[in-house]
Write a protein that binds this ligand. Structure first.
Ligand SMILES: [Zn+2]
Length: 396
């Protein structure tokens, strides 16, 4: 790891989560904020995750802290969003409607004008930034904010269910406090993390790595492998677009070929990870076909290479399966195996499809035929491209 953080001698010595500590960012009130009954984005996934973590013995350990997020000071947002946009978002939070707001992406089906949305976004961002600060201060090795991860929000407009980009705000805060810090942003959400890419496109201090469904078939229609950064940041943006029908096997192949070598070569001080669970076969919005086996395998590999992680929720529109993914992720971050404490109890509390009580893992799934063949050949092509164009920048 790089010797960038003042006082980071302590940080680098203790990479054992069970003595260094972990933080679960959570608030019942924020989890029950309602985007509307016909909106796909349901913050209540966070509450289901919290319940599942409790049920599987992954909460209430002495090294864990629950962080109830507080509203971030508005001045902290200035590094990441422009003032006019924030004023528009504020008036959207008062329920006001105008043409000017629409020009900023506010008042669309994806980003409706919701009373309270400004305050809610400030609180969620407050949770992400406070978790980042505590990791930087050595008060925790890792943190998970399942309410956060709004990777589509842009500097001056809302889009893709995202209003304030808590990820960009938190990374900018880290860079302000420790200008030499080396951060990897790793995004395994099914959608391209366009807002984060844009914010650090020419900045070599942030290595942006994003696996997602190809922009040919999914919003935000970007994230081609040829988008590799600009200026001093050339080679520090890495996009791994995946074909519809990509399963665990194809995902794992592309991940293994690209992500671990980059983490080892870049040697980050910390990783900010967007752990969206909308890559799953059951997700109603995307066309990837992962199970949570491929998802958790990737996360465990990342943790082994760099256990200092600020994890964020992001997408995931099959609520129950998203909660299972995030429960597995929280277990992995804490080096714990989930054990169903209710298994075998007749009439015990049931959660989701009852057949699956006792295990958090999905049944394995494999794509086939032409769909699989195309997913494999495209993944190979993208991997070869990145090895040729990006790896040399990192002396790999
Ligand atoms: Zn997504």
């Amino acid at each position: 790891m790089a010797d960038a953080l003042p006082g980071r001698e302590n940080l680098s010595l203790n990479t054992d989560v069970q003595s260094a500590g972990s933080i679960f960012v959570y608030s019942d009130e924020l989890a029950w904020f309602d985007f509307g009954s016909d909106h796909y984005f349901k913050p209540e996934r966070a509450s289901k995750t919290y319940e599942l973590c409790n049920r599987y013995g992954l909460m209430n350990h002495e090294w864990m802290k629950i962080l109830n997020p507080e509203r971030i000071d508005e001045s902290v947002l200035a590094s990441s969003h422009d003032a006019e946009y924030l004023e528009c978002l504020k008036s959207a939070g008062r329920g006001e409607v105008s043409l000017e707001l629409l020009e900023r992406g506010l008042g669309t089906p994806d980003n409706p004008i919701l009373p309270g949305i400004f305050d809610w976004s400030l609180s969620v961002t407050g949770g992400t930034v406070e978790a980042m600060n505590r990791i930087l201060q050595g008060k925790a090795l890792t943190a998970f904010n399942t309410l956060g991860g709004f990777h589509h929000a842009r500097k001056s407009n809302a889009e893709g269910f995202c209003y304030i980009n808590d990820i960009v705000v938190a990374i900018n805060e880290a860079l302000r406090q420790y200008p030499d810090i080396k951060i990897i942003y790793l995004d395994i959400d099914a959608h391209h993390g366009n807002g984060v890419q844009e914010a650090f496109y020419d900045d070599p201090r942030v290595l942006f790595i994003c696996m997602h469904e190809t922009g040919r078939t999914l919003y935000p229609w970007s994230g081609n492998e040829t988008e590799t950064g600009d200026g001093a940041g050339k080679g520090f943006t890495v996009n791994i677009p995946l074909e519809p029908g990509t399963d665990d096997e194809v995902f794992s192949y592309a991940f293994d070929e690209i992500v671990p070598p980059l983490i080892e070569a870049f040697s980050p001080d910390l990783i900010v990870a967007e752990l969206g669970a909308d890559t799953l076969i059951s997700d109603p919005l995307t066309h990837l076909k992962l199970t949570n086996n491929g998802y958790s395998r990737a996360i465990k590999k990342v943790i082994k290479l760099c256990p200092r992680i600020l994890a964020l929720g992001g997408g995931g529109y099959d609520l129950y399966r998203t909660a299972r993914c995030w429960t597995l992720a929280w277990g992995a971050l804490n080096n714990l195996e989930p054990v169903d404490e209710f298994a075998g109890l007749v009439g015990g509390m049931m959660f989701g499809p009852e057949l699956e009580v006792g295990s958090l893992f999905d049944h394995p799934y494999s794509s086939g035929g032409e769909v699989k063949a195309r997913a494999v050949s495209e993944a190979k092509r993208v991997v070869e491209y990145l090895k040729k164009e990006v790896f040399p920048v990192h002396r790999i």
